[in-house]
Design a protein around this ligand. Structure first.
Ligand code: FNR
Length: 335
């Protein structure tokens, strides 16, 4: 199944292998534009036969950057470089997605940082300003503007980053959202910000829409996968196509990571909310990926660090599964 095509909202991926979004911190000019590094790094994985390349967390506002070296999509000036990147990746037969992101209280850039509540992540991080209604409206608008620019830049897929303790995740979790207005308190209220971001993105984007979540807070008072099954039902009702299931990083908490540790979350959401899911986290072999797909635990396999170590990982996985992969063509005689 790993090498079977997968169609989602009219876009067909040639296999089920997705390059997981990974920040490169490579914008040496600090203006968020695509650099040579991105133009080499991502197309290399397309040559390596990845089906879908999800580019790194890309900031919808300068204040929402994880670091000053993040890619950005907060201005029309970002479109040209991103378009050059999507063109290169697509020429090599892969599809390309963009992860739209806002770091919230985890932003490390100069100036004011914002979050649902004025609570720092830990003692080394700054205290964010509590977002006003205007801040909320402007940020939702920034996600919509980012989606429109992503469309103009030629992306096939948009993923909303709602995981890892960044802004949207901070609204979802009761550990980080202590608001008393309609954006905090109840389960529904904590979902409202993500719901409005999804709605705003869908107004300008009719392609495949993924949402990455942290399906477990690893904290006694935090959210667990049971909560995320309920959130995923709402996402499905709003027209989200796939939930990319990660976990943690909402508050400082130790994670016991082992091969496939997040797969049970992807499986629970897939069956509990009847929505396509992506599995991610210490998936490193073709047989492991095949097991996840064949047992109906997820629909797509996101590979992170293994694709940093080996851009030709799909070839390695195919060999392991005994599948002849006659690609990339210019290399075939040499493999
Ligand atoms: C990441 N990860 C990550 N996740 C995300 O949603 N957006 C991002 O921009 C990043 N950035 C990032 C950078 C680097 C260098 C690493 C190693 C990781 C998390 C990543 O997508 C993935 O979920 C984890 O790495 C777990 O999968 P692997 O690496 O075990 O396959």
């Amino acid at each position: 199944m790993l090498f079977s095509p997968y169609t989602i909202r009219g876009v067909t991926l040639k296999n089920r292998i997705v390059m997981s979004p990974m920040c490169m911190y490579a914008c040496d000019t600090e203006d968020g534009t695509v650099r040579n590094w991105h133009m080499i790094h991502y197309p290399t994985r397309a040559v390596g036969q990845v089906g879908l390349i999800m580019i790194e967390a890309t900031a919808v506002t300068p204040q929402g950057r994880i670091s000053a070296r993040d890619l950005g999509i907060w201005s029309d000036e970002h479109i040209e470089g991103l378009r050059a990147l999507t063109t290169l990746v697509k020429e090599q037969g892969a599809k390309i997605g963009i992860q739209l992101a806002h770091a919230g209280r985890k932003a490390t850039v100069d100036g004011e940082i914002i979050a649902p509540s004025p609570l720092p992540f830990d003692e080394n991080m700054r205290t964010p300003k509590e977002m006003t209604k205007v801040d909320i409206e402007e940020t939702i608008q920034a996600f919509q503007n980012g989606a429109l620019r992503a469309k103009k830049a030629g992306f096939d897929v948009i993923e909303i980053h709602a995981a890892h303790g960044y802004l949207i995740n901070e609204f979802l979790s009761p550990l980080t959202n202590k608001r008393n207005d309609e954006y905090g308190g109840t389960f529904e209220n904590r979902y409202r910000f993500l719901s409005e971001v999804i709605e705003a993105v869908k107004e300008v984007w009719d392609g495949p829409l993924f949402v990455r979540v942290s399906a477990h807070d690893y904290h006694p008072d935090g959210l667990t996968v049971k909560d995320y099954v309920e959130y995923a039902k709402r996402m499905k009702a709003q027209g989200v196509d796939l939930v990319d299931v990660s976990s943690g990083a909402v508050v400082p908490a130790a994670i016991d990571a082992y091969p496939g540790y997040q797969v049970p979350f992807a499986e629970a959401i897939r069956h509990g909310a009847d929505i396509a899911t992506g599995a991610v986290g210490l998936i490193t072999s073709g047989r492991q990926a095949e097991e996840i797909l064949r047992n109906g635990r997820a629909d797509l396999i996101f590979i992170g660090r293994e694709l940093l170590r080996n851009p030709y990982w799909p070839k390695t996985a195919a060999s392991e599964l005994g599948i002849p992969l006659e690609a990339p063509k210019p290399y075939v005689r040499g493999w």
